[in-house]
Every structure is written in C-alpha cells, then in structure tokens.
Write a protein that binds this ligand. Structure first.
Ligand SMILES: [Ca+2]
Length: 388
C-alpha cells in the first residue's frame, strides 16, 4: 500500500548545513510527486505498469517511543520507573543514518542512504518521520542496517534541533545530547560520601550504604555522549529485514528507544523482564546543585553506588569494563537501536540471542547476581546472557 501521507519536503524539513546538497532527496521528492500525480489521476495501475518488472520501492521512517515524547511515570507496571521517580525529556537529540540495505540472497546488490540526520526525538511526529525513500529495489528479501554515528562527520541538522545544539553535537562528534528531569515529591539524593562536595545542604538523616542522603524533589540530567554504533541486520519477530515485491511500495521504521539508561542491565532480545530505575541517577549529583553532568557521571564507579546492587546485571554490556557511570550510560545508549518498534538489531556486529525460539529465557541462574563489577571482560561478546 502506498503511504498515504505526503512525503516531508526535505527542503523545508531539513535545514541543511551544506554538507549535503541533497540532490538525491530532491530526486525522491520528484518521484513521490510523480506517484502522487498518478494517484490523483486515477492512473496508479498504469503508472505501475511502467515500472521495471521485478522492482519495488521503500520508504524508511525514523521513530521513537511514546516515553521519549511523554515521559516515564513512576509505578509498578512494566514501563514505569520502579523506584518512585518520574522522568521527562526536554531534549533527546540523536544522530541517525548510514542506512545500508542489501539483498539477502546477494550482498552485492545494495543500496545506501549515506545521510546522517541530527534530530530531537522529543519532537518526532506520531507515526514517525520519513527520512529516506528508495525506488527500483530488486524484488526479494532485503537486510536492513543503520547506525547512530557521531554528528561530526557530515551530518544534517533537522529543524527540531537548534543551531547551538547542533554545533555542539558536531564539535564534540556526539551521537546523543540528552536533557531531562527526574521528579519525585519525597525524593532524595545520596551521593557517594567520598566524592560529594557540599555547599550548605543538610542531610535528611537517611543513608544509602555509607552515603548520606539529602532531600530533593527534582534532579536534571544533561549531557552529550559519543555512542557510535552500527545496528543490524535487523529483524522483527524472527523475520529479517523487509520484503520487496514487484510494483509495490513498502514502509519500514528504524526505531530508537529512549529508556535504556534506566535499565537494570543489558537485555538482548526481549526487554519484557527489565526493570527501570532512576535513583542511581539522582545519587550522581555530587555537588547537589540539582543537575547531573557528564563530569559527575565520569567520577563515579558503579561500585560506589549502593543502588547498583543485586538488582542489576551488568554482564552483556557493549563496553567492558564499565569504569564509571558515564560509560554505563554510553553502553546503554549503544543498545537503543531497534527496528519496527521492538524488533532487534545486533549492535556493532555482535550477534545477540534473538529469541527465535523462546525456550532459552530461563537460564539466568548461570550469570548475574554474583557478577562482580570489575569482571566484565568475561562477558564480552557472550551470547549466553539474557535480559529477562
Ligand atoms: Ca551537579
């Protein structure tokens, strides 16, 4: 079925920084306009007959999750934050692109979407943003790969991103720029006692391990991160990529999740058993100024946070060892690339357990609670850890 919505005109939707003159985008706009003309004249079948036999077209959307645009609520259900904090995102900027599609049966038949776009996911329209379109794809099954590169190597600013934020993304070659807020009426922050720097705050009398706690009801987190990652080949429900049939149009979506920095581990495959927790983030505000920064996150090792306890399984991290909580966040960001919503994409070529056969979910006992924080080398590249 032909996508009913008109394609976004890249000339207005994308404020190009002249890294790309985007002739290809204009070309595709023309294609869509032509298709629209055929449709409007009731000549769709006639137009289709003009296409080469055995070829179809593809539209690729970029989408995220509701929780990025609407926030996460505290509570006990699966998508809630389990320790009482609510989360909202003011900015969730990501660099996405470098599409690499190739025919499953013949890797030499490939199509690339070299563009990388810097986009604020909190501003994505419901139903996703159309970023790429391809025509004359050969009939058959195709593999779908994409990336979250750094912004510094020829990216294009989307209109959802300010010039200033874009410049910062490019200068630092960041993949992400995230700005959000934790909120909890009776919240507290319990920074590691060896690292905390105080002005005149008075502890509230409670402790987390050896760390004194301080009343806070709101904590911002604001940082950029380089988390360059390739994703793919992607699949959904065990079915790889997408199918092109002759004369038809297909639409698929690259989906970036937004809540992995609150995960209590590194699930691969089904995220159904994951807990979302945020207290540790509040505990990283070392100077208790109400904002958790990259510098603070870099100062704190996982073992200095009593909150990172037996509820967490750090095996399976894309980065090992995890020396500090900034690395932990980057590691989580490197797992956020998905396909068609919850479909899986291996990151950086590391094969995941894909749960094609859902029998292997219950072998958690082999690994987990007794893992020491400094022992992650053993987990690198393993395929035997589960996220449930
Ligand atoms: Ca701070």
């Amino acid at each position: 079925m032909v996508n009913k919505s008109l394609p976004i005109n890249p000339d207005t939707a994308l404020a190009s920084t002249s890294h790309h003159s985007s002739p290809r985008l204009s070309f595709h706009t023309t294609i869509f306009l032509s298709l629209g003309l055929c449709l409007s004249l009731g000549l769709f079948s006639a137009c289709n007959e003009d296409e080469s036999a055995g070829e179809g077209s593809l539209t690729v959307l970029f989408e995220t999750e509701d929780l990025v645009t609407e926030g996460l609520e505290p509570g006990d259900s699966i998508e809630n934050i389990g320790d009482g904090w609510g989360v909202s995102f003011d900015k969730y900027i990501v660099t996405i692109g470098k599409l690499d599609l190739h025919l499953s049966t013949d890797e030499s038949v490939e199509v690339e979407g070299d563009e990388a776009y810097v986009i604020d996911m909190t501003e994505l329209p419901e139903g996703g943003l159309e970023l790429w379109s391809f025509d004359q794809l050969r009939e058959g099954r195709w593999e779908f790969n994409y990336a979250t590169p750094g912004a510094g190597d020829g990216s294009t600013r989307h209109e959802t991103v300010s010039e200033a934020d874009y410049d910062e993304m490019v200068t630092n070659d960041w993949t992400y720029l995230i700005d959000g807020e934790l909120s909890k009426v009776d919240g507290q922050s319990c920074p590691p006692v060896d690292l905390v720097t105080l002005a005149d705050q008075v502890p509230n009398g409670r402790t987390s391990g050896d760390n004194l706690c301080y009343d806070v009801s709101e904590v911002r987190f604001s940082f950029g991160a380089t988390a360059e990652t390739s994703f793919g080949p992607c699949e959904i429900d065990g079915v790889p990529g997408f199918a092109v049939s002759a004369g038809s149009s297909q639409t698929v979506a690259a989906t970036i999740h937004g809540d992995h920095l609150f995960f209590n581990g590194f699930p691969e495959g089904d995220e159904g058993g994951v807990k979302r927790l945020a207290q540790w983030v509040a505990d990283c505000d070392l100077n208790l100024d109400g904002v958790v920064t990259k510098a603070e996150l870099e100062t704190i090792s996982p073992s200095q946070l009593p909150e990172i306890d037996e509820r967490y399984q750090l095996g399976g991290s894309p980065i090992t060892p995890l020396e500090n909580m900034y690395q932990y966040i980057i590691a989580q960001l490197k797992t956020q690339g998905h396909y068609q919503g919850e479909g899986e994409c291996p990151y950086d070529g590391i094969a995941h357990v894909h749960h094609d056969d859902h029998d292997d979910h219950d072998d958690h006992d082999d690994h987990g609670d007794d893992d020491e924080h400094d022992d992650h080398e053993d987990h690198e590249g393993h395929e035997d850890h589960e996220g449930e």
